[in-house]
Write a protein that binds this ligand. Structure first.
Ligand code: A2P
Length: 257
């Protein structure tokens, strides 16, 4: 069995100077759980150069989708940002990751909290009917510096709600909360502050955070994860993993160093 598939880039969309998304063909043998990541990349000087990327497509979808940062001097993303439809894309055959449903205890509301490209695993999760079967509400909070950076998340949410099958299931359950920190918008401020003050919950008509009924998935920068980890731990939430499900799970956004 192949350890790395060679796929073909299908579409590329640039959202800002620093963000782009793309889709690619998917080997029928490539299976994963919504929320997982794998290594993807390109042949560079005759060798595979791979980085961790969360799949943004649902596990039932025919094509792969990814959301990436562009780093000017990043070994991979400085090249990856120039890909075009028809180009080859390397996709590692061993998906992994902690942002999976079985790592969480049963609950009523699932909070998906992401900053920047930390949205990526949640794009996959909100396209999976499974999350709407498990929870009464699925909150997708996406924090960015500027409005333009919200574009990919807005598109994914519109796709979910506009889908003939998924839209019906997600309607009223999927609560989207985009927020920006560096310009005026309908929601502003860091996710941490919005959760701590309870503004996010009250804007959505939800009760204060409580480990009895709330479950949380986190994906973002190390600072964001640290702050939210402290906030949740302070409220008695326990971190879950593959051995023992908990009240919250963490994955860092895979920013290229
Ligand atoms: P801010 O503009 O106040 O730094 P970045 O692009 O740096 O990863 O930031 C993405 C978003 O995450 C920004 O809105 C940023 O807010 C926010 N952010 C940065 N650090 C934290 C943190 N420790 N907790 C919550 N949000 C954060």
């Amino acid at each position: 069995m192949a350890t790395i598939y060679t796929e073909t880039v299908l579409t590329v969309r640039h959202w800002t100077d620093t963000l782009f998304s793309f889709t690619a063909t998917r080997d029928p043998g490539f299976r994963f759980l919504s929320g997982q990541f794998t290594m993807i990349g390109l042949q560079v000087n005759g060798r595979p150069l791979l980085r961790a990327y969360s799949m943004c497509n649902a596990n039932h979808e025919e094509h792969l989708a990814f959301f990436s940062i562009k780093v000017a001097d990043g070994p991979l993303t400085s090249i990856l940002q120039k890909i075009q439809p028809g180009d080859a894309l390397l996709v590692g055959a061993k998906p992994v990751g902690t942002l999976i449903q079985d790592n969480l205890l049963p609950g009523k509301t699932l909070y998906l909290l992401g900053t920047g490209t930390g949205l990526a695993p949640f794009a996959s999760i909100i396209k999976d009917p499974d999350c709407y079967e498990r929870y009464d509400h699925v909150v997708l909070a996406h924090g960015c510096r500027e409005i333009a950076e919200l574009g990919y998340g807005e598109q994914v949410v519109a796709e979910v709600l506009g889908d003939a099958f998924l839209g019906e299931i997600a309607q009223g359950k999927l609560l989207y909360y985009p927020t920006v920190t560096r310009e005026a918008f309908r929601n502003t401020g860091r996710i941490t502050t919005l959760l701590e003050t309870g503004k996010l919950q009250s804007d959505l008509g939800l009760p204060p955070l409580d480990r009895e009924h709330d479950r949380v998935m986190l994906c973002g920068s190390p600072g964001m994860l640290e702050d939210l980890n402290a906030l949740l731990t302070g409220k008695g939430f326990m971190e879950g993993n593959h051995h023992e499900p908990g009240h919250f799970v963490i994955e860092k956004a895979f920013v290229e160093k």
